[in-house]
Design a protein around this ligand. Structure first.
Ligand code: NAD
Ligand code: S2G
Length: 335
């Protein structure tokens, strides 16, 4: 029998919030890092939320989870990131109905400067960071910038929810399970300019791989309503719930980290916001959602060599333009 694994330190920020409430259980139970991986959960929120956080801690304790070795609630980023193996950065203000994205950017980006600095000083150099708080790509860019001692590729942002949304839209159109829809790509920003791209994807129909284009047989839908539905899904959820998506966001965070930890299956890729290496003409250093493959040793690489037609190039250009504008506003707000 192999020796029991040492616990890993997993930091979740915004721990008293909505997404965290759906995220804590699967993480603490072992669904993300493995059912043999003990965990120390570090829960960061702001001072005024410590009372609420106390209740969340009580509930976690009451779950009596075998892998959960310790729970550390705190409002101090320097304490939170000490020795961190994984940082799930959820804590930020969500957009409410009628709010402009710009308002969110100014309010949230400074949080990620502070947390980048704290990660730089206190986290393990191997720490894996996923930024969820919006604007997720730009917040991840700022976090990375203020943590220069950590490798840039350790900073990612969540676009897996967009991927899941796209998979489900195609699955319901073809009347199959979402798990039989493979290799859809989300390019660019986690925003309404993102480009959900089915042109390299396939579905499994009776065990056979069929191109999504051929299975759906409706190019007008794939180039029109499908794209806008995925792009605007977050806003649609806000309009209906009066709150931003939380359950589905938590599920997507679990998928993103599970695949980063264990790797992607042969021949399959997933979308993650990662620092651009210049692939597909995207400015180096921007946090841009690309298709990536991940090895079991937890290293990922951008899938290169995919052919892009004029339609795809135009969409990728538009989302890149938005990210450059956001980055410049964020740098100004942090200066
Ligand atoms: N990338 C995605 O796919 C995706 C999907 C859904 C939501 N989001 C974003 O995730 C963020 C959180 O959403 P939510 O619904 O959980 O919001 P929420 O308001 O329910 O919770 C946010 C929590 O963050 C805390 N917080 C605020 N500032 C903090 C700081 N400096 N340090 C630590 N904690 C801090 C708040 O006190 C609150 O408890 C929002 O920005 C939302 O837009 C992203
Ligand atoms: O603020 C938004 O527009 C969306 C919130 C969240 O990022 C989502 O995708 O559900």
């Amino acid at each position: 029998m192999s020796a029991p694994k040492a616990p890993i330190r997993v930091v979740i920020t915004g721990a008293a919030g909505q997404i965290a409430y759906s995220l804590l259980y699967p993480v603490a139970k072992g669904d993300v890092f493995g059912h043999d991986q003990p965990i120390v959960l570090v829960l960061l929120d702001i001072e005024v939320m410590l009372g609420v956080l106390k209740g969340v801690v009580m509930e976690l304790v009451d779950c009596a989870l075998p892998l959960l070795r310790e729970i550390i609630p705190t409002a101090d980023p320097n304490e939170a990131f000490e020795g961190a193996d994984v940082a799930i950065l959820v804590g930020a203000m969500p957009r409410k109905e009628g709010m402009e994205r710009k308002d969110l950017l100014k309010a949230n980006v400074k949080i990620f400067k502070v947390q980048g600095e704290a990660l730089d000083k206190h986290a393990k150099k191997s720490v894996k960071v996923v930024v969820v708080g919006n604007p997720a790509n730009t917040n991840a860019f700022i976090c990375k910038k203020y943590a220069p001692s950590i490798a840039p590729e350790n900073f990612t942002c969540l676009t897996r929810l967009d991927q899941s949304r796209a998979q489900s839209q195609v699955a319901s159109r073809v009347h199959i399970s979402a798990q039989d829809v493979h290799n859809i790509i989300i390019w660019g920003n986690h925003s309404s300019t993102q480009f959900p791209d089915v042109s390299h994807g396939c579905v499994l129909l009776n065990g056979q791989k069929v191109k999504i284009m051929d299975a759906v047989k409706d190019e007008a839908w794939l180039k029109g309503a499908f794209i806008s539905t995925v792009q605007k899904r977050g806003a649609e959820v806000i309009a209906a719930r009066k709150l931003s998506s939380a359950l589905s966001a938590a599920k997507a965070i679990c998928d993103h980290l599970h695949d980063w930890w264990f790797g992607t299956p042969e021949g399959r890729w997933v979308s993650m916001g990662v620092p651009s290496d210049g692939s597909y003409g995207v400015e180096k250093g921007l946090i841009f959602s690309f298709p990536v493959v991940i090895k079991p040793n937890k290293t990922y690489s951008i899938v290169t060599g995919l052919e892009l037609d004029a339609f795809a190039k135009e969409k990728i250009c538009a989302t890149q333009k938005e990210l450059i504008e956001e980055r410049d506003q964020a740098l100004e707000a942090c200066a």
